[in-house]
Write a protein that binds this ligand. Structure first.
Ligand code: ADP
Ligand code: ZN
Length: 725
């Protein structure tokens, strides 16, 4: 037998399949140690065949007793690699990083039991001279005990003695590391008619995919849990995805209250040990519900019954790093493989998804009202230009300040959303106009007051804060748009007795930071939570009656065809955090652009209206979902190399486009909006393809990318990019 092996080295030269023999039998999906050149490296067995065209060497060792990669995942790997991804990078997504190289220890603890058939009373006399051992036996009579607890009361020698006499036995048990959750009680809930209808439609429906379009607070989670329940009853498994790691502690609490330890959590914020243990619980079938952020779509569960993607519109479902993948595509693959159902849920579905639902590709189910039967919170738009004209230069409108005052006086909570971290987004000299920029990126720096540094939000590089302009020496530096840090400082100045929390990338870098901030707020130990889009999604706090959106326009100015959609989604999501239980909620939305159509639709929760207008515009301008956009990014440390690569590629793709007008609408080449990041010069090709273009045409373009032999460049391809920076 010849084994086909992928070696665990990420390098395009070795991303091939190598043949090996073995003096023992190896199963598909196992990790093995193989000779590779003069080294020994780990690899994955991904196939077998009768004979090889080469002189093969033997596999040295099997690294697992059981395959770590399921056959399904091998198919998935082949399918993903059609999008210009390296095989080994795909495989690495499927297993916890610490499993590779075998670096994780399984934690164990010992459980002490009476030996079989021991009659404690009858044996006590023979231990007359060992009263401690008598006590231990009596304690064990009540039931087993953990060794660690026994040794708090008794000496290890006493325990050992009993074991030697054959009176007790010590069983070693694997101890799973489990992530923390925000504790939730299992609520006694009477489902609304809409919820009941939704559950029934999904459970009994013949369709394979569903879009659950439910307003914020409509109780989608309850629908998901009921569907999962019915899937578990059939002996199947489930995957439940949420868009943010910061949402998982709350969801885990709710899920544990319902499903106990049948739930496992998987996301990149877990410690290596936790991830490894949770992964193994799923792989072994002990846990049957995989809950997590994007990467949990690769959960090692078999016999899948349902995959749920909550807040399906969220951009975090498209991975940014290497390898890039669309979670929804992987979900569709896995659902098809298992004949499982796919449920996409959102209050603000992406234009793409909603169009599919309208066209009948997904069955559309609507939850139009909040589960508590309360009104949606009212959204008031404040024109910040008027504030300035009437002399208010503060970041808060008078309306928002009044509302905050009232909220605090009534003992309720408020959330303030500002989509920028740090203190101020740029620092400019008032005299000569100099702007502090990163040395490695073509990006202005953000001032962080807490550590008094200037930071680059693209590469993370830090610089000394400025007291004077380095060019002209002028001491009057102007700070640009405010970030979360400054908002907190201002709130503390205006409301000195308010307890203010901040949640953004800077305050959540340590492991339990999310959990700490969110539980503090949930327990009412803080009055105001200030945050970036991290606080926009999903959270369910019952005492929040006021939501302030500081600059609702921000997302409108990105050079991106999705900017209207993003803005609408963001406002609806943030607004949805208010008034979720008994107390009514209110939203104040500050903007410099109050007449923009997005705000009108958002303020009236008019998703349909927004969809019609936006979909029409996309159809006219030929943007997705009415086309496919392929962006090819060419990077190099040398500007000339990057240009050369982009030009060559452009000529070839243009020639291909000319020959295939049935597939390609147009091709453009240009500098990327951010010209340089981490010292890489950046150029991009943008290819507009017809929306139903066949894989063959994409394959042909990827081939051109692979054939490109310009030195010292890297090329990345991306379909319908989330952000064209
Ligand atoms: P969504 O995800 O749709 O925004 P959630 O699932 O978070 O909404 O539910 C919002 C709140 O409503 C939660 O506190 C939930 O416990 C509660 N809830 C859900 N269903 C019901 C119901 N049928 N009756 C009362 N409360 C409910
Ligand atoms: Zn930088």
């Amino acid at each position: 037998m010849v084994y086909e092996v992928i070696v665990d080295i990420s390098n395009s030269e070795v991303d091939k399949i190598f043949d090996y023999g073995a003096p023992f039998s190896v199963r598909l999906g196992m990790r093995v140690l193989v000779p590779f050149g003069r080294r020994q490296v780990e690899g994955f067995v991904i196939g077998t065949k009768e004979k090889s065209d080469y002189d093969v060497k033997d596999i040295i060792l099997k690294l697992d007793e059981e395959p770590v990669v399921l056959p399904e995942m091998l198919d998935l790997m082949r399918w993903m690699s059609r999008r210009n991804l390296r095989l080994v990078d795909c495989l690495r997504l499927f297993i916890p990083s610490k499993l590779r190289g075998g670096r994780v220890k399984v934690l164990r603890r010992n459980f002490v039991l009476l030996a079989d058939g021991v009659d404690v009373e009858a044996r006590l006399p023979e231990l007359a001279r060992a009263p401690k051992q008598q006590e231990i036996l009596l304690a064990l009579k009540e039931g087993g005990n953990f060794e660690s607890e026994l040794t708090k009361r008794f000496s290890p020698a006493a325990i050992k003695g009993l074991e030697q006499k054959g009176l007790i036995r010590i069983v070693s048990e694997e101890r799973g590391r489990t992530p923390d959750a925000i504790r939730a009680e299992s609520k006694q809930i009477v489902l609304t008619d809409d919820q009941r209808h939704a559950i029934e439609t999904i459970v009994t429906g013949k369709e394979s995919a569903y879009l659950l379009h439910g307003v914020t607070g409509s109780g989608k989670t309850e629908v998901y849990m009921n569907v999962i329940e019915s899937v578990l009853n059939e002996g199947k498994t489930a995957i439940m995805l949420v868009p943010e790691i910061s949402l998982t502690p709350q969801m885990l609490g709710v899920f544990r209250a319902r499903f106990g330890d049948r739930v496992s959590l998987l996301h990149s914020g877990l410690s290596d040990g936790e991830r490894y243990d949770e992964w193994r619980r799923l792989r072994s079938g002990k846990a049957r519900v995989a809950l997590g952020a994007r990467s949990a779509i690769f959960a090692p569960v078999d016999n899948l019954g349902v995959i749920i993607i909550d807040e399906e519109h969220d951009s975090s479902y498209v991975s940014e790093g290497n390898p890039r993948y669309f979670t929804s595509e992987v979900a569709e693959f896995r659902a098809r493989y298992h004949g499982a159902k796919l449920i996409l849920g959102s209050a603000t579905p992406s234009i793409d998804t909603y169009l599919k639902a309208k066209n009948g590709q997904y069955r559309l189910i609507a939850l139009k009202e909040r589960a508590n039967r309360k009104q949606m919170p009212s959204i008031d738009t404040v024109d910040m230009r008027k504030e300035i004209r009437s002399g208010n230069l503060s970041i808060f409108s008078r309306e928002l300040l009044r509302a905050l005052d009232k909220t605090l006086a009534e003992g309720n909570q408020a959330m303030i959303f500002v989509n920028r971290r740090g203190y101020a987004s740029f620092v400019r000299c008032r005299s000569c106009g100099y702007v502090a920029k990163c040395t490695d990126c073509d990006v202005s720096l953000t001032y962080h007051k807490e550590d008094n540094r200037l930071k680059c939000h693209y590469c993370g590089k830090q610089f000394e804060a400025l007291t004077a302009c380095p060019v002209c020496g002028f001491k009057g530096l102007k700070e640009g748009k405010v970030g979360t840090e400054k908002v907190v400082a201002e709130l503390k100045r205006i409301f000195p007795s308010a307890r203010v929390l901040r949640m953004d990338n800077d305050t959540t870098s340590t492991k339990n930071a999310y959990l700490d901030i969110l539980s503090t707020f949930a327990e009412g130990k803080a009055d105001i939570l200030v945050g970036t889009q991290m606080i926009a999604k999903g959270h369910d706090f019952k005492n929040v009656t006021l939501v302030g959106i500081l600059d609702a326009d921000l997302a409108l100015y990105f050079s991106d065809y999705r900017s209207n959609e993003r803005t609408f989604q963001l406002i609806t999501q943030v607004a949805g955090r208010a008034g979720r239980e008994q107390k009514p909620g209110r939203v104040i939305m500050q903007t410099y652009n109050p007449n923009h159509f997005v705000f009108g639709f958002a303020a009236h929760y008019d998703y349909e209206g927004f969809f019609e207008k936006e979909a029409n515009a996309r159809e006219t301008t030929k943007f997705p979902p009415y086309s496919k956009i392929l962006r090819i990014l060419v990077l190099s440390h040398e500007d000339e190399q990057a240009i050369a690569g982009a030009r060559t590629l452009y000529e070839r793709v243009k020639a291909y486009a000319a020959a295939h007008p049935e597939a390609i609408i147009r091709v453009q080449v240009m500098r990327a909006p951010i010209r340089r990041i981490q010292n890489y010069y950046r150029y991009q090709l943008v290819v507009w393809l017809k929306k139903d273009v066949t894989e063959g045409h994409l394959e042909a373009i990827y081939d051109e990318v692979r054939r490109l032999d310009v030195k010292n460049i890297s090329v990345f391809t991306e379909i319908n990019p989330q952000q064209m920076v």
